[in-house]
Write a protein that binds this ligand. Structure first.
Ligand code: G3P
Ligand code: CA
Length: 308
């Protein structure tokens, strides 16, 4: 139910296209369950996300799996299971393991204070399994939730002899994601893979992610104009937008949507009195078109209270 203040905001609130802005379940509902597990994706879906985000890396045998890092040790028990398989730099790379080997790993929470370590049982899913989960839930619930996959480090994968873009497009097309209206956003911090997928004929919606160090490259008027040739939006870190609010109008003028990351109810920046205040700054005052959050339930509640 809307509060009086929410009602006032409701009439003023708008995203660039006038629709309610999007709730993107960042690594699933990763505030509650270990990131990039089927459980976290299902929970994010059930909490009302419009899109569910898998990050993607490749196995040695060329299968796309859902994992944030190119390394496995941050969120799995790979060091105990395969003690001799780290590289000289002391890291265990997903690209050095077959899917069969990765299926033997247990996944666990990355951050302290969230889902307890050693409890229950979680695994690293394939991208196909993630898609089948979301599409299956769409069938069983009648909702139309999209997917928001991120290609992690395509240039590095290329150096390892793994071409992510081709496999990625084959997988999504096999599941019916085709054309500019498909319920998908394809995101990447690197521009060349996004440009390459356009050259390969993909018309899927694309988002150029922007880290702090890339702001001048992608978010100047010229940078945004370049991005608009191959993408439908930009995904900057939220701190970039806090530093320079003029980016919002510039991106919208260039015809680009804005989907900043990452919003965490258990890590609200000091300047905000509550998570709702932070959401209000971005959704309402800045007018972003969606945002990535580890807590889709809170963002869903906020958007539903402020938009028709
Ligand atoms: O993809 C948006 C956001 O997830 C980027 O940051 O590091 O969480 O993948 P990261
Ligand atoms: Ca991501």
């Amino acid at each position: 139910m809307s509060t009086p203040i929410a009602s006032q905001i409701k009439s003023a609130a708008k995203s660039s296209d006038g629709k309610a802005p999007l709730v993107i379940a960042h690594r699933g509902a990763s505030g509650y369950l270990p990131e990039h597990t089927l459980a976290a994706y299902a929970f994010g879906y059930a909490q009302g996300a419009d899109y569910v985000e898998p990050d993607l890396v490749m196995t040695k045998d060329g299968v796309l799996i859902c994992l944030h890092d190119i390394h496995l040790e941050g969120t799995t028990d790979v060091e105990e299971r395969f003690p001799d398989r780290g590289r000289a730099d002391g890291r265990w790379y997903a690209a050095d393991f077959t899917l069969e080997e990765i299926r033997t790993l247990r996944a666990h929470e990355r951050l302290p204070g969230r889902f307890p370590g050693g409890k229950s049982s979680f695994h690293v899913p394939t991208f196909s399994e993630m898609i089948e989960l979301v599409q299956g839930l769409n069938e069983s619930t009648g909702r139309k939730v999209g997917i928001y996959p991120e290609l992690k480090a395509p240039a590095w994968h290329r150096e390892q002899g793994l071409a992510m873009e081709k496999t990625f497009l084959e997988v999504v097309e096999s599941y019916g994601y085709k054309g500019p209206d498909a319920a998908i956003f394809v995101q990447c911090f690197e521009a060349p893979p996004l440009e390459r997928m356009r050259e390969m004929g993909s018309e899927l919606p694309q988002i150029q992610l922007v880290s702090g160090g890339q702001a001048s490259e992608f978010l100047s008027a010229e940078g945004l104009e370049r991005v608009a040739r191959y993408a439908q939006g930009v995904g900057p870190s939220k701190t970039i937008l806090e530093r320079d609010r003029s980016i919002v109008a510039r991106a919208h003028d260039a015809g680009l949507a804005l989907h900043p990351y990452t919003f965490r109810a258990d890590d609200v920046p000091e300047e905000y009195g509550s998570f709702d205040e932070e959401l209000e700054r971005f959704y309402v005052e800045l007018g972003v078109d969606g945002l990535f959050t580890d807590f889709p339930d809170a963002a869903r509640r906020f958007v539903d209270a402020h938009w028709e």
